[in-house]
Design a protein around this ligand. Structure first.
Ligand code: FE
Length: 281
């Protein structure tokens, strides 16, 4: 067994996006520009409507996938192909933007807590221009695996105990787990050895080992980049702790990034802006 060690601890950067939504950018900021195939991780959590009410009015995407996972609150999604729906608490929307989509993501609430994550996952060059697609699942559709002192919501991937998440994406083979540990509980999970992986703490405190054998305490809103290896081992501290464990197959391709577009080359990026501005999305 080769246990994955922490390579880097990242603290998100407070920022504003959309029409004025306060959020924390964890991946996609100077401390961690990307973690192939992951291009961006935003965390949002506020019970102050002025932080979120402006939402994300119509905007485009091309070349990758956006994964929205809501813990609290509701978000209405609408796109230029006529698709529309509301993401409810515990629900996931896995959107393959592919060759291009224009959509809005707006809070479906006037007040109360809005909490969740948006993760961007890259697509290989050969699939950046695929047709847009959605995989949407509400909380009831996401299996919960119970272990001793542990519950694991499996959004994507297959756990070591055989629980399979509803989302499938063979291009990057993602694992997306939402794990809650009772105090003083150890968690072990297998991951494909050479896939990139991270842990993001939602609540409580977890303990992980780094390359030098130090025990690191990670708290709320901290992300640990994990080194290569076939297993993840961590413990919760003296309180209930909740974290995301996410892994995926690196694409090892050049990344040309321009706001909501992610292609392989600058020329493709320029073409994307032309396509969007001329209404070809
Ligand atoms: Fe979007």
């Amino acid at each position: 067994m080769d246990t994955r060690k922490v390579q880097q601890v990242v603290i998100g950067q407070a920022t504003t996006d959309g029409a004025g939504v306060d959020l924390v950018r964890v991946i996609g900021q100077p401390a961690l520009m990307d973690l192939d195939p992951f291009l961006l991780l935003d965390a949002f959590r506020s019970d102050d409507p002025t932080d979120y009410i402006a939402g994300f009015p119509a905007h485009p995407h091309r070349g990758f996938e956006t994964v929205t996972y809501l813990l609290n609150g509701r978000m209405r999604h609408k796109d230029n192909a006529g698709n529309e729906g509301v993401i409810e608490p515990g629900g996931i929307q896995w959107m393959t933007a592919g060759r291009g989509i224009v959509h809005s993501e707006m809070p479906e609430q006037q007040d109360g807590l809005l909490e969740g994550f948006q993760l961007w996952i890259n697509l290989p060059g050969a699939h950046k221009m695929d047709r847009p697609a959605y995989q949407e699942h509400d909380a009831a559709n996401i299996p919960t695996e119970s272990r001793d002192g542990t519950t694991v919501k499996v959004i994507s991937g297959v756990t070591s105990r055989g629980t399979t998440g509803p989302v499938s994406q063979p291009l990057t083979d993602p694992v997306y787990l939402d794990v809650t540990l009772q105090p003083g509980t150890e968690f072990n999970e297998n991951l494909t050895t050479d896939h990139n992986a991270f842990v993001y703490v939602i609540n409580g405190q977890i303990v992980l080992e780094d390359d030098e054998g130090n025990q690191l305490n990670l708290g709320r809103d901290q992300l640990a980049v994990l080194g290569k290896g076939d297993t993840v081992t961590l413990q919760s501290g003296n309180q209930e702790s909740r974290f995301l464990l996410v892994a995926g197959k690196p694409l090892n391709e050049p990344v040309a990034r321009g706001g909501p577009f992610v292609m392989n080359t600058e020329a493709e990026l320029r073409q994307t802006f032309i396509d969007y501005q001329s209404g070809n999305f």
